[in-house]
Every structure is written in C-alpha cells, then in structure tokens.
Design a protein around this ligand. Structure first.
Ligand SMILES: Nc1ncnc2c1ncn2[C@@H]1O[C@H](COP(=O)(O)OP(=O)(O)OP(=O)(O)O)[C@@H](O)[C@H]1O
Ligand SMILES: [Mg+2]
Length: 350
C-alpha cells in the first residue's frame, strides 16, 4: 500500500467522513471523466472522532453497505487520511539521481524532518517538480503514523475491499477542486480562491492560487450544531433530528428560529476563516472569490447569505459539469457531498 499510487489504477474511492461514508467510481474516457457508481451511507455518531476511526466495525459495516448499494465491482480502494495526521516536507534534491539514490536521500531527509521514529511511520514520496535550470528536483515527502493508516486498512479490508492507496485529504480536495474550476481557468488566473467545506463537525478552508493549494486550516464548526439544536428544541433523538433536518419535516417555526440563524452562523464562520488566513502573514490582504462545499451547503440559499456577509462573490462548488466530471442530474444535487470523493476517485479512474 502506498500514499502515491501507480498510474492507471481502477479503484473505488472511499471517503470516510464524520457523518457518512461516500463511495464513488469514476471512468476515464480519453481526458474526460464520468461517474460510474456511487452511494452515501450514514455512520453512527462517534464512529469517527477527530478524523480518526474509533469504531472499526461500524465504519466497515457502512462501507460494505455503501459498496453493495452502489453496485461497485472494483475491489481496490482509495481512502484519504486527514492532513492533520500527516507530516509533509518538500525537499530539493539534485537532478540526475537514480531511483535508489532518491530513496536513500529521502530516508536521510525524513530522519531529520519527520518528528516520529521512522519505524513508527509509513513514508512515501513523490517528485513534484523538476527544474532543469537550477539543477534540482522538488521531492514531497509524506509521513503518517502507522496506527492511523492501519485503522483505515482494517476498515477497508473488513469491508471486503483491498486498500490500494492511502491518500491525504488535502491532495484529494486539490484534485477535486481542479474539476470545479475547469473551464474557468482564464477568469481565475492569478486569483486567490477560497474553498470552504462545511461538514458535520469541521469547517475547512483551503486557499488556491492557479489550482495549487497554498493554505489549509480546519475550524471546529459544522452541521451537527443545527442537528443538536433541533434535537433539544423539539425533544427528539439525534437520529430523528438528523432525519428531520434532511427531509425538512419540522414545525413552521423551524425556519425562522433555527435554520436562518444557523445560515447566519455559517456566514460568520466563513468570514472568520478567511480573516484567519489573511492574518496568517502570507502576504495576502484578501481573497477574490469563495466556493463553498460540504453537506451544509445543501441548505437552500446559503451561497447568497455567505456572499452578503463576506462581501465576496460566492458559489457552491460542483465538480460535476460538462468541463468537469459528467454526472446524472440526481447526482449533481449531491455534489456538495462528493468533492473529496471525486478527488480520490480520479486516481482510480483507470
Ligand atoms: N439537505 C441538507 N440540509 C441541511 N444539512 C444537510 C443536508 N445534507 C447534508 N447536510 C448536513 O451536512 C453535514 C454532513 O456533511 P458532510 O458529509 O460534508 O460531512 P462529513 O464529511 O461527514 O463530516 P466532516 O467533514 O466534519 O468529517 C451533516 O451535518 C448533515 O446534516
Ligand atoms: Mg467531509
């Protein structure tokens, strides 16, 4: 198993989030992509905590169920670990080294830069750029504690799949985001673009310039807050509150008392996350545009509320479009849930 995969792999993407598992297969036709199979399966509360798998049985059960419902046939799977569990370093190595020499240098660099004993980590590397002019390669070294990777492998294998690639979620988001902006590259050239993912417990900001991620940060905020508010307000269980939230089958006062205030809070969180980036001392005074994704952006009218509050042009990010990934109309409605899964699945599109 490796973090960086061989080319031309046919595999299913398995995105394990806090609230659900998403499985997705992409097919490559020439340079274009089309969604093959997909399914989303809910996870019980606390099966995934702080992006680590705490209940292997529950998560693998959900993966198995999702694979069954989606009718995915591929056995090799691609999963993503959270970038917060990963240490990455980019080092420069001289051009002209043989594979074995690069590996040797990577081990030497890793022993100096990775803050864990090497026998406790899974290590991988990728030559990300080679610049003949200054005589060096840029090599990205990625390391993760073995126990984190083992948790994911166990889930995948218990679900009857084969853990072919363990990716890092920030790489997957970056690849998924390239589909969102496909076809807009001229208009977005040189612009500072924010992507905010409003999930179940985490809101994550990624900043891109010319499709390259230059910053990412997790903030603890997500849709669970609204579910909890529904639960306490109407005296129902968490599961009932979640189901009611999705169906909209709630009393008249829900919209005004809970939903609209939650939308306003999402907008404030978006502002705060962007302000955090601006004050991080990267030399950027603002961002030019905001894309939003994640399950909470399925809430109607959210892009308008975020745009009004932040003052930034805002749109819901979709990887599905004629110039991105081709998908059915039904699937397009689920696009806020599937950005990361698309970024994973593209590595397994064959
Ligand atoms: N139609 C909808 N209306 C309101 N909220 C929704 C809707 N669909 C999904 N959500 C909410 O989106 C959240 C799940 O989003 P998502 O699947 O992106 O998160 P996750 O990946 O499981 O979690 P995290 O990223 O925090 O690990 C849940 O709180 C869910 O209730
Ligand atoms: Mg998520």
């Amino acid at each position: 198993m490796s973090i960086f995969s061989p080319k031309r792999l046919k595999a299913v993407a398995v995105d394990i989030g806090t609230s659900s598992v998403k499985v997705l297969e992409l097919d490559r036709r020439g340079s274009s992509y089309r969604v093959g199979q997909f399914a989303i399966e809910r996870l019980p509360r606390n099966a995934v905590v702080e992006r680590g798998i705490t209940d292997v049985e529950a998560v693998s059960g959900a993966v198995r169920q999702a694979i069954k419902r989606s009718k995915c046939k591929r056995k090799p799977a691609i999963v993503a670990i959270a970038s917060s569990h990963v240490v990455s370093r980019t080092v420069q190595l001289p051009v002209g080294l043989r594979e074995a020499e690069i590996e040797e240098q990577v081990m030497i660099e890793a022993s100096q830069h990775i803050p864990h004993p090497l026998e406790e980590v899974n290590l991988d590397y990728q030559v990300v750029d080679s610049s003949e002019t200054d005589g060096s390669y840029l090599v990205k070294i990625t390391a993760c504690r073995k126990e984190i990777i083992e948790g994911y492998s166990l889930v995948i294998e218990s679900a009857g799949l084969e853990a072919a690639v363990v990716d890092v979620d920030s790489f997957a988001v970056e690849r998924g985001f390239a589909f969102v902006t496909a076809g807009m590259s001229d208009a977005l050239r040189g612009k500072v673009i924010a992507l905010i993912d409003f999930g179940e417990v985490t809101t994550r900001l990624d900043i891109f310039v010319d499709d390259v991620a230059i910053y990412d940060r997790d903030h603890s905020f997500g849709g669970r807050i609204l579910t909890e508010n529904i639960r306490t307000r109407y005296g129902i269980s968490f599961e009932e509150a979640e189901a009611a939230k999705l169906s909209g089958d709630l009393p008249e006062n829900y919209r005004e008392d809970l939903l609209e205030p939650f939308k306003a809070t999402m907008a404030r969180e978006a502002s705060r996350a962007v302000e955090f980036f601006v004050s991080a001392g990267r030399g950027y005074e603002s961002v030019d545009m905001l894309f939003i994704t994640g399950g909470c952006t399925r809430i109607e009218g959210i892009a308008e509320v975020v745009q009004m509050h932040t003052g930034l042009p805002t749109a819901v990010a979709s990887p599905f479009s004629p110039s991105g990934i081709k998908a059915s109309a039904i699937l397009q409605r689920q696009s806020p849930l599937l950005l990361k899964a698309c970024g994973l699945a593209v590595r397994g599109a064959g």
